[in-house]
Design a protein around this ligand. Structure first.
Ligand SMILES: C[S@@+](CC[C@H](N)C(=O)[O-])C[C@H]1O[C@@H](n2cnc3c(N)ncnc32)[C@H](O)[C@@H]1O
Length: 265
């Protein structure tokens, strides 16, 4: 994991060099529409306020829960005790990005959505609200965290979400066998190079030309940057959009020309 200073330097470089989507440089109809209709959509959707109320509750919650640490990389799963509010402050996608994911789902209307890393279900709630006709599968390893996510879905009356509890290594292969084609996936758990690439390949095997994959924290560590570079180079990946804190991947097995964009957000 990079230090705050290293990450800030990288972010500054991104901010100074990324395209703002205006003028020259964007020669992709997909990216043009993405910028104008999704990225720059400033409307305040009704679900934003309701979901953020839940985030506020979590940020005030002093309850101590037991959390299994799946990202530690050791064979044995370790548990630690943490306050709900501490997890809410450090693990959840910030409103700006969670709302962007809501708008991606709302605009492209994927029917089958997968999230790896539910945590308390904040981003899941945004995904589920983007298309209430979609089926959202969200995977979380920590049982007490998953229980809070379930409670939050009930509080928000979210009905189109199934929560799968367990290590991704165990749950993802069997889940993909039942779901078949994945239209949209948000990979936000276990931010290490090897598992990230493994999830990518597993998801690729269940994608088609309309599938969109979103990877979180692509510049978080040297390993994640290496994973992101490998994903970009994969022959089936035709278009990637780097928004620094998340990376968007489109696959089109029929197209041979690759395009990579870094866009300011
Ligand atoms: C960054 S949080 C997810 C945040 C959530 N997507 C949001 O924005 O609201 C990542 C979650 O993934 C879970 N996780 C990490 N590695 C995992 C693994 N190998 N199997 C299952 N869950 C895992 C962690 O327990 C954690 O709750």
């Amino acid at each position: 994991m990079y230090s705050h200073f290293q990450l800030a330097k990288k972010y500054l470089r991104y901010y100074c060099t990324a395209s703002n989507g205006k003028g020259h440089g964007i020669h992709s109809p997909f990216v043009f529409t993405f910028i104008t209709q999704v990225l720059n959509d400033k409307k305040k959707y009704a679900c934003y306020e309701n979901i953020e109320q839940i985030r506020k509750q979590l940020l005030r919650d002093d309850t101590i829960i037991e959390v299994e640490d799946f990202g530690a990389g050791s064979g044995k799963i370790k548990s630690i005790h943490r306050k709900v509010k501490a997890i809410a402050a450090s693990s959840l996608k910030q409103p700006k990005y969670a709302r962007l994911l809501f708008r991606v789902v709302q605009y492209y209307q994927p029917k089958l959505v997968l999230e790896l890393g539910t945590s308390f279900g904040i981003t899941t709630a945004y995904l589920a609200s983007g298309n209430t006709a979609a089926q959202i599968y969200t995977c979380e390893g920590a049982t007490q965290i998953a229980a809070i996510a379930k409670r939050n879905f009930e509080q928000l009356s979210i009905k189109n979400t199934s929560l799968i509890t367990g290590d991704f290594a165990m749950t993802l292969p069997s889940l993909l066998q039942t779901t078949g084609l994945i239209n949209f996936a948000f990979i936000d758990g276990n931010h290490r190079k090897a598992p990230t690439l493994q999830y990518f390949l597993q998801l690729m095997a269940h994608g088609n030309e309309n599938t969109i994959l979103v990877f979180d924290d692509i510049h978080w560590s040297a390993g994640m940057e290496e994973a992101w570079a490998e994903i970009q180079q994969h022959p089936a990946v035709t278009l990637t959009i780097d928004l620094f804190f998340i990376g968007i991947v489109c696959i089109d097995k029929g197209i041979k020309i690759k395009q990579h964009f870094t866009i300011k957000y």
